[in-house]
Design a protein around this ligand. Structure first.
Ligand SMILES: Cc1ncc(COP(=O)(O)O)c(C=O)c1O
Length: 360
């Protein structure tokens, strides 16, 4: 008899189904696939979840970051502080706006921006800090130097810092709805803010520069088509409606891992006391990460590095040493995290790790 191969365990699986299909079908029936009412409905639900007055949907998290940086007028000669350990888009948008992303080291355990290192890197040219709530863990924004704060909340929908939702803490905040995020539109993003003028600037910049308040007869600035289609907004609407449920499902998986891995030499992710983690990813830290990752994959367990140390990329290789980002980059390991994971699958991941890392 051929031995049965255990089915693989996926790293991520978007929580979409019948409700999403029905919403999309309804859009197709109207014949209006973009610039229709679904984007507005999506934006209203998102603003409520993020605790802001406004939300402007765009075509990706990267587009959201790009527009946020442009809306603040960042350009030639301006510096923006960004963490050295993040998805590269966080820094790319600053560079593409003509500014200089100034890398700041991260706390090697929390993996978020280190406020003390940020303070050391402020100059007369510093225009903003682009702080990331990495993997859904809220960053300590109140400890950052006194410059305008933009949130890269790409993975922090549903997270909260000191009882305030991530996305409502900075001047502007950017979300991503990529399929590895808690709410997905396939590709998509949004910028949230309480400032009506900044929101209007977003709406203009995502739509070629047409001014929303001047009934399309003027284009004060040249800009992009970064719109989100109604088809994709419709996909996200049912997920936003059940965001609490989606968060609870992920928190249950995180608690399941924490219980099963407590005896191992593995740094487990957690939010600061009183904060709510958004659980975009469940990222542990281990010694010999590459070896552990390869062994898990060989057993059909989907896993991935955390994210990137920017100073180790060609684009940002000239900014000196970042020991916190190095440690995070070398040790971070994302484990399977999605609502379909069963207790049996969590046991399988934990048993595999038990044999790969030492106990304490
Ligand atoms: C921290 C962070 N910033 C920005 C992005 C970019 O988002 P998108 O993939 O939607 O462009 C991501 C997505 O992976 C991210 O994790």
């Amino acid at each position: 008899m051929v031995p049965q191969q255990a089915a693989g365990i996926r790293l991520a699986f978007p929580d979409v189904g019948e409700e999403e299909l029905a919403e999309i079908a309804a859009v197709l029936e109207t014949g209006q696939l973009t610039m229709g009412p679904k984007v507005e409905e999506f934006e209203t639900l998102l603003a409520a979840a993020a605790g802001t007055q406004h939300a402007a949907a765009v075509s990706s998290g990267t587009a959201a970051l790009h527009l946020a940086v442009l809306a603040l007028g960042i350009g030639e000669g301006d510096e923006v502080l960004v963490p050295a350990y993040t998805f590269p888009a966080t820094a790319n948008v600053v560079a593409l706006a003509g500014g200089r992303p100034v890398l700041v080291d991260v706390d090697p355990v929390a993996m978020n921006i280190d406020p003390e290192d940020a303070a050391r890197r402020v100059t007369a040219r510093t225009k903003a800090v682009l702080a990331v709530h990495l993997f859904g863990r809220p960053a300590r924004l109140e400890e950052l130097p006194d410059v305008p704060v933009l949130e890269d909340a790409a993975g922090a929908l549903g997270a909260a810092h000191r009882d305030r939702p991530c996305g409502s803490l900075g001047l502007l905040a950017c979300f991503s709805f990529h399929p590895r995020k808690i709410v997905t539109t396939g590709e998509g993003g949004a910028v949230t803010t309480d400032d009506p003028l900044l929101d209007e600037r977003m709406r203009s910049l995502r739509h070629h520069g047409w001014s929303p308040s001047s009934a399309y007869d003027d284009m004060p600035v040249p800009a992009f088509n970064y719109r989100l289609s109604d088809v994709l907004a419709a996909l996200g609407i049912p997920q936003l409606r059940r965001l609490d449920e989606l968060l609870a499902a992920r928190a249950r998986i995180a608690a399941g891992y924490a219980e099963r891995l407590a005896h191992l030499d593995v740094v487990l992710p957690a939010a600061d006391p009183g904060d709510r983690h958004g659980w975009q990813a469940y990222v542990v830290q281990v010694d010999r990460r590459d070896e552990v990752m390869a062994a898990l994959r060989a057993q059909g367990i989907g896993c991935q590095i955390g994210t990137y140390a920017l100073h180790r990329l060609g684009a940002y290789g000239d900014q000196g040493p970042f020991p916190g980002a190095d440690a995070a980059f070398e040790r971070a390991l994302a484990l399977p995290l999605h609502g379909r994971l069963t207790d049996g699958e969590l046991d399988r991941v934990a048993d595999a790790l038990d044999k790969l890392v030492s106990h304490h």
